[in-house]
Design a protein around this ligand. Structure first.
Ligand code: COA
Length: 429
């Protein structure tokens, strides 16, 4: 937590805010999980045909045997949507009940709109807010913490948090130091508020921006000089592998211990650590620095490689699906990567192993997906029609429909503001 006493200016005491005070403190529980990976597999031997490498080097240096690669029709959004649908099945929840969708990703389809907004549309989650979160491979834990915080204050009740990546589209397939590491996939969880204690217990979020250039994926507005140094390319991953390795091994144990301390626990209390899957040697180091047996640190890197923000939810979905955890177990998630950033979280697992995939809600869920599919072209058509229809006719139609005059939809573009208003304040000189 930041140092106490950071408030330096006196504050106005609002009489209005008291009316909108959040409810009593709640707990954020993981009640649904799901994963989606492309079916296309790229093995280490397949890679031998692409770069100068071999299965033995990749296996011993990284632990990776194969990774999944998205086909053309598969995107970050489509993988994220499928993972979220599976998580909603497990939670037995309707898309319309979701209050918030956060997608942690380093490979969004667009800088805007957010991938989360597109997922919201595909799910038909008509009551949800949606945004993407950028914290590279730490992104999922950051996003889970953001959603859990809103649930704990009682502001929202249900959130879907997704980690999704199509890294195969941004790796440099000529760089054997990086292209062998990464894979595509998505994992999602449903978080729900409850008065029952448990769920997300604590978290530690950190960043060391002085290492920003150790792991990069440049996009529009990257500094020209950075892109002209011959090492870096637009939309291609660059990594100082050794530097990142040292950083990861330095923070992995300490950050978990710090998150455990917040709730008075020690590494001995941990049932399972689910670390970001970056390198088998880093995963083994986590066990060593926490002084726990290696079996208590989950690894599936051999099958999926490094899927960045997707790796932790993907591993969690596997663990939960295979019933390797039970209510009351203490889990630690730890993510680390570009930023440099890292995040650790302690969770008391609380989901009972109930199988409700074919409940009545299943049918209603499919109905909401179908409605979302139908709504999409109709809403677009409606928007077009509104643009083509003269404002006077729209006003008359709305009046006839009994809608107040103030509700009139703005159909004309707003007048452009005076130029000086758009000038950033510090560029005046
Ligand atoms: N196949 C065969 N040889 C390879 C190779 C490959 N795919 N990649 C590199 N090499 C070679 C190098 O050229 C070098 O050869 P040289 O000694 O003749 O120069 C040698 O292997 C050692 O390379 P180095 O980069 O020092 O290997 P390393 O042991 O540091 O392993 C990583 C490289 C990338 C596997 C490792 O640094 C790592 O995992 N770093 C952390 C990555 C990470 O976690 N990234 C994501 C964070 S989110």
């Amino acid at each position: 937590m930041a140092e106490q006493g950071s408030q330096t200016r006196p504050l106005h005491r609002s009489r209005l805010a008291a009316a909108n005070r959040p409810r009593a403190l709640r707990y954020a529980h993981i009640v649904g999980w799901g994963m989606e990976v492309p079916s296309q597999v790229l093995t280490n031997s397949d890679l031998e045909a692409i770069v100068d490498t071999n299965d033995e080097w990749i296996t011993t240096r990284t632990g990776i045997k194969e990774r999944r690669i998205a086909e053309q029709r598969e995107t970050t959004t489509s993988l994220a949507t499928r993972a979220a649908q599976k998580a909603l099945d497990v939670a037995d929840m309707l898309p319309s009940a979701i209050d918030l969708i956060i997608v942690a990703t380093a490979t969004p389809e667009y800088i805007f709109p957010s991938t989360a907004s597109m997922v919201q549309d595909y799910l038909g989650a008509t009551n949800a807010g949606a945004f993407d979160l950028s914290a590279a491979c730490s992104g999922f834990v950051y996003a889970l913490d953001m959603a859990a915080s809103k649930i704990r204050t009682g502001e929202i009740d249900t959130a879907v948090v997704i980690g999704a990546e199509t890294l195969s589209r941004v790796v440099d397939w000529a760089d054997r130091g990086t292209c062998i590491l990464f894979g595509d996939g998505a994992g999602a969880v449903v978080l729900q508020g409850s008065d029952i204690p448990g769920g997300i217990l604590s978290s530690v979020l950190r960043s060391d921006g002085s290492g920003w250039d150790m792991l990069t994926l440049p996009t529009v507005s990257s500094r020209d000089t950075y892109l002209q140094d011959g090492k870096h390319e637009m939309h291609r991953i660059y990594m100082d592998g050794k530097g990142v390795f040292r950083f990861a091994t330095r923070i992995i144990g300490d950050s978990i211990k710090a998150a455990l301390e917040q709730v008075g626990l020690t590494p001995d209390d941990l049932t399972l650590v689910i670390p970001h899957q970056a390198n088998q040697r880093i995963i083994e180091y986590a066990a060593k620095s926490l002084k726990i047996p290696e079996e208590r640190v989950y690894s599936n890197i051999a099958r999926y490689g490094n899927t960045s923000a997707a790796s932790i939810p993907l591993a969690l979905a596997e663990v939960a699906e295979r019933e390797l955890i039970k209510p009351g177990d203490i889990l630690a998630f730890v993510g680390f990567g570009g930023g440099l950033s890292w995040a650790a979280m302690i969770v008391e697992w609380s989901a009972m192993p109930a199988r409700t995939a074919y409940s009545l809600t299943w049918g209603r869920r499919q109905g909401e997906y179908a409605l979302a599919w139908l709504r999409r072209p109709l809403v677009r058509l409606w928007r077009r029609l509104m643009l083509l229809t003269p404002p006077a006719i729209i006003r008359r139609l709305r009046q006839r429909a009994g809608l107040a005059a103030e509700d009139t939809i703005e159909t004309e573009p707003p007048r452009s503001r005076p130029a000086q208003e758009d000038t950033p304040p510090d560029s005046a000189s």
